[in-house]
Write a protein that binds this ligand. Structure first.
Ligand code: TYM
Length: 330
């Protein structure tokens, strides 16, 4: 069975972009692949966090993984810090990653370009930790949204470098980026990615948004004056984004079919269909979330997940440390 690994960083509440670009694929793939899905809490603290809020977000993230359909009997679901090998290999990866490579990473460059002050060293070296997250498990594929592809590519580069230097240590992973829904845009500004750091709070639908709020956000989504439901991300980014959301939430229905269905109809009717699809999915997820958040499923999932993940991670860390010459007692 081929293996997959991915993670989400719960710096805030999970949103529809995380679900469409990543989480729903983890669920789809868990039958066919050996799936490792973790909560990237080390990555969270690369930007300042309120401890009480962070702890709530972490619990919610596990509950949402399960509520969206990850089954702990099939997938290994775990918290990054429950497997200390992530931080340990992260340091080793950092020592094998060039500053020139880190300087090219858009995530850090974007924050710097915006003039954000006091960016942390952790944020700068973040891709090295992400490389460790991945390489500890020798996955064949890493399902991610479009914005994380660059991080999987640097992972491949560093893995190849280390394999070349020390002998075969790591499998070279492939990023898996879906054709539709890999970059869901903000509803209020479709030139920007839907993200947790949405200042207006109108552009981002959170998985735990009340249905009324979610519907309002979809109905208020920025479109254009063409009055034509047509897929053209360059000239009609808002409408094209809504089409991708609708397609992703209706079993990857072909975009062409959606275009046909709404030909000659107004944006109001189209947006209502998108809002119905969004609300139906959120309702399902939230009902499961309500059951899980008060149960002991979170604790059992995480302890079992940490045990299973540690088996692979500790063996890989040991192999790497030996190959580098860091161990004294064999
Ligand atoms: P994060 O937490 O920013 O996002 C989690 C996943 O959601 C995807 N995503 C989106 N997809 C479509 N449209 C959007 N608007 C959107 N926003 C986010 C992301 O591409 C990602 O797949 N560094 C990672 C977490 C991580 C990780 C890893 C992932 C840490 N270690 C190892 C894979 C493997 C991150 O910050 O993702």
């Amino acid at each position: 069975m081929k293996r997959m690994l991915s993670g989400i960083k719960p710096t805030g509440q999970l949103h529809l972009g995380n679900y469409i670009g990543a989480l729903r694929h983890f669920v789809d793939y868990q039958d066919e692949y050996e799936m490792y899905a973790f909560i990237a809490n080390l990555h969270c603290i690369t930007v300042p966090q309120d401890p009480v809020e962070l702890q709530k977000n972490l619990r919610d993230c596990v509950a949402l993984y399960l509520a969206c359909g990850l089954d702990p009997a099939k997938a290994t679901v775990f918290l990054q810090t429950d497997v200390p090998a992530h931080a340990q290999l992260g340091y080793i990866m950092c020592c094998h990653t060039y500053m020139g490579e880190l300087n090219r990473m858009t995530q850090f460059k974007d924050k710097q370009a915006k003039g954000e002050k006091n960016l942390s060293g952790g944020l700068y070296t973040y891709p090295a930790l992400m490389a460790a997250d991945i390489l500890l498990y020798d996955p064949d594929y890493v399902p991610v949204g479009d914005d994380q592809k660059q991080h999987v590519e640097i992972t491949r580069d560093v893995a190849e470098r280390m394999n070349h230097r020390y002998g075969e240590l790591f499998k070279i992973p492939e990023p898996l980026v879906a054709k539709v829904g890999a970059r869901i845009m903000s509803l209020s500004d479709p030139s920007k990615k839907m993200s947790k750091s949405d200042e207006t709070n109108k552009g981002c639908i959170y998985l735990l948004d009340p249905l009324k709020t979610a519907r309002k956000k979809v109905m208020g989504a920025v479109t254009d004056s063409y009055a034509n439901v047509h897929f053209d991300p360059e000239n009609q980014p808002g409408v094209s984004n809504l089409m991708q959301i609708l397609s992703s939430l209706s079993n990857d229905r072909p975009i062409g079919e959606i275009e046909q269905e709404f030909q000659g109809k107004g944006y109001g009717e189209f947006k209502r269909a998108v809002a119905d699809a969004v609300c139906a999915r959120l309702e399902q997820i939230q009902a499961r979330y309500d059951e899980i958040i008060t149960s002991d499923m979170i604790a059992t999932t995480l302890s079992d997940g940490a045990r299973r993940a540690s088996l692979l991670a500790n063996a890989k860390l040991e192999k790497v440390q030996k190959a580098i010459g860091m161990e004294i007692i064999a």
